[in-house]
Structures are given as structure tokens and as C-alpha cells.
Design a binder for this molecule. Structure first.
Ligand code: IMP
Ligand code: MG
Length: 173
């Protein structure tokens, strides 16, 4: 039976997320509308907790992506669900669950820059810096974690475990 021992429990997550929300609002300034783009599906639980810790104007958009990795060095990212509204002139904050190789986020940053937002920043709940092959800018990070496969709090293994209220390490056992 696989097990999912906790790496980050609920209190640890919520405490850090509240700090992030404050930090984010301070960077944008109190009256600036922030267009938060949740990257489906992994980020939605983080996004829903995070936006409730950001005071002032926030708008929500969603982007669906799927990444295929043929080899470690090359990869292809495909948009499965595009934004509903233009982001031209908007202050955009991409909300990601986890940055691993950085491939998905590098692609997303490039693709969104072309649409000429007023600004583009990224918040990732988790970062595995030791896995990075595509260097990419991440303005706000929740936690740096070691190279382990994690599930829960939105993160899945083959669509399972997203509903765990904490982030756990997936162990085959
Ligand atoms: P990247 O393109 O390699 O940075 O991969 C990013 C995507 O891979 C994330 O948005 C997740 O969907 C998925 N991913 C990477 N590491 C993990 C993990 O440990 N658990 C669950 N999903 C992961
Ligand atoms: Mg993802």
C-alpha cells in the first residue's frame, strides 16, 4: 500500500500562504487589481486559499496546460484551456502548484509576455530547485522542497490525492 507521510501540514501551509498574500499585496501596492491566473488543475486549492489572504482587488483566470516529456532535455507544453479575457495592460500573477524542471513555467511566461500584460509575476507554492533544467524566474515561492514526488493540496499522481489537506511525500512502500 502506498503511503503519503506529511511534508507540510495544514498549519504550516496556511501560515506561509498568509505571509505570501501580504507580501504579494505589498509588492503590487494596495489599489492595484491583480489578475491571478491559476494553472489547472494542480494550483486551484492553493489559489483559493491564497486569494483570500490578498486584500483589495483581485481577478481570477484559469489556464490549462499539459506537459509532455519525451526526454529530460526536451519537452512540449500544450494549452488545453485558454484565458477568457485579455490580459493586455493587466498586472498578472501566475499561480502554480510546483516548479520542477521549469519547463512548463518557461513556456507559460513566454506565451503570456506576448499578450502584453502591464506586469507578469509568478507565485509557486512549491519549488524543487535541484530538478531545474529550464531556468525560470519565480517571484514568490512558498516552500523549497527536496527532490521527492509530492501529492496532496491540489497535487496529484494520475489524478489522485489532490484532496489531501496537506502536502505529503508519495511512497510506494
Ligand atoms: P515542470 O514543467 O517540470 O516544472 O513541471 C511542472 C508540473 O509538473 C507541475 O505543475 C506539476 O503538475 C507536475 N509536477 C512536478 N513535480 C511534481 C510532484 O512532485 N508532484 C506532483 N506533480 C508534480
Ligand atoms: Mg501544474
Amino acid at each position: 500500500m502506498p503511503s503519503t507521510p506529511a511534508l507540510l501540514d495544514e498549519t504550516t501551509l496556511q501560515t506561509r500562504i498568509a505571509e505570501l498574500g501580504k507580501e504579494i499585496r505589498e509588492v503590487y501596492g494596495e489599489d492595484t487589481p491583480i489578475t491571478c491566473i491559476g494553472v489547472l488543475k494542480g494550483s486551484i486549492i492553493f489559489l483559493s486559499d491564497l486569494v483570500r489572504t490578498i486584500d483589495g482587488p483581485v481577478e481570477l483566470e484559469f489556464l490549462g496546460v499539459s506537459s509532455y516529456r519525451g526526454t529530460e532535455s526536451t519537452g512540449e507544453v500544450r494549452i488545453t484551456h485558454d484565458l477568457h479575457n485579455s490580459i493586455a495592460g493587466k498586472h498578472v500573477l501566475v499561480v502554480e502548484d510546483i516548479v520542477d524542471t521549469g519547463l512548463t513555467l518557461s513556456y507559460l511566461r513566454e506565451m503570456l509576455e506576448v499578450r502584453e500584460p502591464a506586469s507578469l509575476r509568478v507565485v509557486a507554492l512549491l519549488d524543487k530547485p535541484s530538478r531545474r533544467t529550464s531556468p525560470v524566474q519565480v517571484e514568490f515561492t512558498g516552500f523549497e522542497i527536496p527532490d521527492a514526488f509530492v501529492v496532496g493540496y491540489g497535487l496529484d499522481l494520475n489524478e489522485r490525492y489532490r484532496n489531501l489537506p496537506y502536502v505529503g511525500i508519495y511512497q510506494e512502500d
